[in-house]
Structures are given as C-alpha cells and as structure tokens.
Ligand binder design. Structure first.
Ligand code: AMP
Length: 143
C-alpha cells in the first residue's frame, strides 16, 4: 500500500496527536484528527492538509463522521487511558480496523490492551529506554 492509499484516524489533537498528524500529512497520507476542543487544532501546521473534526472520539457518530470504516490505522492519543482503551476497542472490535495503537500513561495496564490485540506506546517506558541508552552511551564515551 502506498502512502497515498493510507488513511489514518487520530483521536486527540494534543502535542503528540498534532505532531503525528502533521508528519503523516506531510508524507502524503490522508488523515482525520478528532478533538473535543476545537482550539486544540491550532497546534496543526498551516500546511496540514487533512481533516479536523470537533467532537468526542468515543462517540460512534463522531467516529462514523471521521469515516473510520475505511481507515488503515487508528491511533488514540487523548490524555485519558480509559478513553484511549474505549476508542481502541471500538476501532478493533466494532469497525474491524487492523492497525490500532493507543497511548497508555499507566504501563501497568498494558496487559489489558495486549489481550485485545491493541499495540500500545507508553511515554514512561519510552523515556526509560531513551535514558538508559543515553546513560550507556555516556558510560561508553568515558571508557
Ligand atoms: P495532550 O495531553 O497534549 O496529548 O492532549 C490530549 C488531547 O486529547 C487534548 O487536546 C484533549 O482535548 C483531547 N481529548 C481528550 N479526551 C477526548 C475525547 N474523548 N475525544 C476527543 N479528544 C479528546
């Protein structure tokens, strides 16, 4: 599938969601980003060519308005783990989306997602990995 055939729905236009939407849009993908606060869309770059949809991304009507049925990927990055779980579950179970990724602030709940076949990213886990890498690099430099 070429980038032009990909369609990604992102829930949450915070720092992470907006930057991701900008990047995918720059790469030529079709993108719809949903946020319940329309001021959040100010974070999108002027060159963002996707759709911005105001609404609660746990609302089935809003997801249908986002044309979620034809999405090749759904990425849920609101600031609430429970909201992200719910959106990811709807995307996977109800709409049959193959690639579903959710942000998880609490890494201890990762097993819930794994059981549901949902990929997760955890800022805490990613930060620990990066810090560990930097510490090892510094230790290597000092030798
Ligand atoms: P941040 O914490 O900067 O990554 O921002 C998270 C974003 O998720 C904020 O812009 C919130 O308005 C948005 N958000 C939170 N809950 C929902 C929801 N149920 N539907 C859509 N957007 C949401």
């Amino acid at each position: 599938m070429s980038k032009q055939d990909e369609y990604t729905v992102i829930a949450g236009c915070g720092r992470l969601g907006a930057n991701l939407a900008n990047k995918l849009s720059e790469e030529g993908e079709s993108v719809t980003i949903i946020d319940r606060n329309k001021d959040s869309f100010r974070k999108l770059s002027p060159s963002y060519s996707g759709i911005s949809l105001t609404g609660d991304a746990t609302d089935l009507g809003v997801l249908r308005d986002a044309d979620i049925e034809r999405a090749s990927a759904v990425i849920s990055v609101t600031n609430y783990d429970n909201t992200n779980i719910m959106i990811a579950q709807l995307a996977k179970r109800l709409f049959g989306i193959g690639r579903v990724i959710a942000r998880l602030y609490d890494p201890e709940r990762e097993f819930v997602y794994r059981e549901l076949g949902i990929d997760t990213i955890s800022p805490a886990v990613l930060s620990i990995q990066e810090i560990d890498k930097l510490l090892n690099k510094k230790a290597g430099d000092a030798e």
